[in-house]
Design a protein around this ligand. Structure first.
Ligand SMILES: Cc1ncc(COP(=O)(O)O)c(C=O)c1O
Length: 372
């Protein structure tokens, strides 16, 4: 189905919901719903899809699908090193940035390590820590919904052994920023027994002058930065991420890598995406437009939301989150999962402007039904 048709089809499962549930099937606002179509506003993907240049590179790359991906791997690593002004030895590729998080957690585990992280934050890091004897310390976000670096600092420095500090900036699920200068202050002063895993999966969406990358700390062996091709680069389905770290630290991470973890097609696609100068501005513009549509509706309905520096928004709901999610699903909309303890909020990914208009129609229906 063409994207346009998909958008026209819009919200659909609602048509099947029936019963006592108010569905959009009867609504004047959504006349051409088709069963089976879903709005996917749940995984913070880039709704514009793959860059046309990346798509071409994948098709051309099929000619080499029978070969191990040596040259394309070297080429992409060199391009990433040039992008960040570092050496190829500083780059570690991952099967998604989640593999970089996994390698970091594994490489830095000791029998006495403490893992310090925000609450709530992205769940992959504590998940990867489960098989290891990490002592988990979760530190609630502060009043700005930023990382409470002071409290995290106390938690790290009071550890009996080494500490691994996970900083997700901007933070998932809140979309909020922790000012980079505050992180810099801590990194600069921290002893080498405190390691920092800085997750910059949404880096390219954030244009705030108080935000910059922690790649500047690459000379410190206790800093690892994780980046993703799943978000602004629109490649979540074909999996690629990377870490930037001191060469010794990068070497430690590689002890836990899956050999040839990035396949040839994703490597050539990533190189093409990096060289597509229009990709980031295009994606930012679409995101800003979708975000505006959502913000206007949330304002109109009096539903509070957190300031987002990403491609998703954490907004208040009324009532039970599980019920809200079920009702959205019944109306053909997938929304974000629960992020305890923020269970009176829902995380919504920004889709195309047309998709956000559709979502707003559903939200208004929900208001009419007294559900939000
Ligand atoms: C903060 C954060 N880090 C890492 C990831 C993992 O991304 P990838 O698809 O690159 O593995 C995600 C995915 O949603 C994320 O939100």
């Amino acid at each position: 189905m063409e994207r346009r048709d998909f958008l026209k089809a819009g919200l659909a499962l609602g048509a099947a919901a029936g019963g006592g549930i108010v569905t959009l099937a009867n609504a004047k606002t959504a006349p051409d719903l088709r069963p089976g179509e879903t709005l996917r506003l749940n995984s913070n993907e880039n709704p514009l899809g793959l860059s046309p240049a990346a798509r071409r590179a994948i098709l051309d790359g099929l000619d080499e699908a029978n070969r191990y991906p040596r040259d394309s791997r070297v080429q992409l690593i060199e391009a990433l090193a040039a992008l960040h002004g570092v050496e190829p030895e500083n780059i570690v590729l991952g099967n998604g940035s989640t593999e970089v998080l996994q390698m970091s957690v594994q490489a830095l585990a000791t029998p006495r390590s403490r893992l310090v992280l925000a609450d709530p934050t992205f769940e992959d890091v504590p998940w990867y820590a489960l098989p290891f004897p990490y002592e988990l310390v979760r530190v609630p976000l502060d009043g700005r919904f930023a990382h409470d670096l002071e409290a995290m600092r106390r938690a790290a420095s009071s550890a009996a052994g080494p500490a691994l500090v996970y900083i997700c900036n901007p933070n998932n699920p809140t979309g909020t920023l922790t000012p980079s200068a505050e992180i810099d202050d801590w990194i600069e002063a921290a002893p080498e027994t405190v390691s920092f895993l800085v997750d910059e999966a949404y880096f390219e969406y954030c244009e705030d002058p108080a935000y910059w990358s922690c790649v500047k700390w690459v000379d410190k062996p206790n800093v690892i930065v994780a980046r993703s091709f799943s978000k602004i680069y629109g490649m979540a389905g074909i999996r690629l991420g990377y870490g930037v770290a001191h060469d010794e630290t990068a070497g430690r991470l590689r002890q836990f890598i899956g050999k040839n973890n990035a396949n040839h097609l994703v490597l050539v696609a990533a190189l093409a995406a990096l060289n597509d100068e229009g990709l980031i501005p295009r994606s930012r513009a679409a995101n800003a437009e979708g975000m505006n549509i959502l913000h206007r509706a949330l304002d109109e309905l009096g539903l509070e939301y957190l300031p987002s520096h990403t491609n998703f928004v954490m907004h208040r709901i009324r009532g039970e989150l599980d019920t809200y999610r079920e009702r959205m699903a019944a109306h053909g909309v997938r929304v974000g999962r629960p992020f305890p303890p923020m269970l009176d909020y829902n995380r919504l990914s920004i889709g195309l402007p047309e998709e956000m208009s559709r979502f707003v129609e559903v939200l208004r229906e929900f208001r009419s039904a007294g559900w939000v």
